[in-house]
Design a protein around this ligand. Structure first.
Ligand SMILES: CC(C)(COP(=O)(O)OP(=O)(O)OC[C@H]1O[C@@H](n2cnc3c(N)ncnc32)[C@H](O)[C@@H]1OP(=O)(O)O)[C@@H](O)C(=O)NCCC(=O)NCCS
Length: 219
């Protein structure tokens, strides 16, 4: 690389770094353009839930500014408390079937499936790459009949990375689902479960004093 192209490369990287840090700090033209683009999406007027999901899963989930992203999730129909954050790259199905209480963290690349209804209580941590699944097809049905089931994750529960929660399951208050668990039965309150399929490992302490404060700045 000659001296001129090296200087140009250094200058472009520096410009990109300044632009990104301004964007992350919520300053400058980048933020304004994103906000202007976000304001153009007429969510309340979109009738087809698949169009809503498409916009959420291609554009909204890639917005690195949590306040703009969360505002769009709300306008799309997710009932989510202002103290909670859905981190980047979530995959949403049927936004209007999803309710998330206060002080929750939904980690990156997590699937939130509202087809059968998904209710997450207060102070719940859902780590990255968790799957909540709201429906399936009956295995032996001639018509591959679809059925849905509501997933409920109660207050103070903790779901670790890559856990999968199947349709119709309730994860009880204060329960802890270990990493990579496959949860196909209700989880009793204040128990730790893990494995495939998930089984009780032990009780979890009921003395929970933390409150998750994540919103609005984390990506
Ligand atoms: C559950 C977890 C916290 C370990 O809890 P712990 O109380 O320290 O458990 P231990 O390591 O003492 O293990 C207790 C038993 O559970 C088993 N176990 C632990 N984690 C397990 C898992 N993810 N799946 C299946 N079994 C597991 C252990 O093998 C052990 O079994 P044994 O008694 O038969 O040997 C940990 O495994 C885990 O899942 N961490 C989450 C990581 C993560 O997602 N981080 C991001 C969160 S924001």
């Amino acid at each position: 690389m000659n001296r001129i192209s090296r200087s140009l490369a250094v200058a472009s990287v520096a410009t990109a770094v300044v632009g990104l840090s301004n964007l992350a700090a919520g300053k400058g033209a980048g933020r304004d353009s994103l906000q202007a683009l976000a304001d153009k999406i007429p969510f309340p007027r979109i009738k087809d839930p698949m169009v809503i999901d498409y916009l959420l899963n291609t554009f909204v989930n890639n917005i690195p500014l949590a306040d703009i992203r969360m505002d769009l999730y709300r306008r799309a129909g997710i009932k989510v408390d202002p103290t909670s954050n859905i981190m980047m790259h979530a995959w949403v199905l049927q936004a209007r079937g999803i309710t998330i209480g206060p002080n929750c963290i939904i980690g990156p690349f997590t699937t939130l499936d509202g087809r059968g209804g998904l209710t997450i209580g207060r102070n719940v941590n859902i780590a990255g790459e968790v799957l909540t699944i709201g429906g399936h097809h009956v295995v032996d049905s001639e018509t591959a009949e679809g059925i849905v089931g509501k997933v409920v994750i109660e207050d103070n529960a903790w779901v670790a990375m890559r856990a999968t929660i199947l349709p119709g399951i309730t994860v009880g208050e204060g329960a802890y689902v270990a990493a990579a668990a496959l949860v196909n039965r209700d989880v009793e309150p204040y128990t730790l479960v893990g494995g495939v399929p998930a089984r009780k490992i032990r009780d979890r302490s009921r003395d929970i004093r933390y409150t998750l404060h994540h919103a609005p700045n984390w990506v």
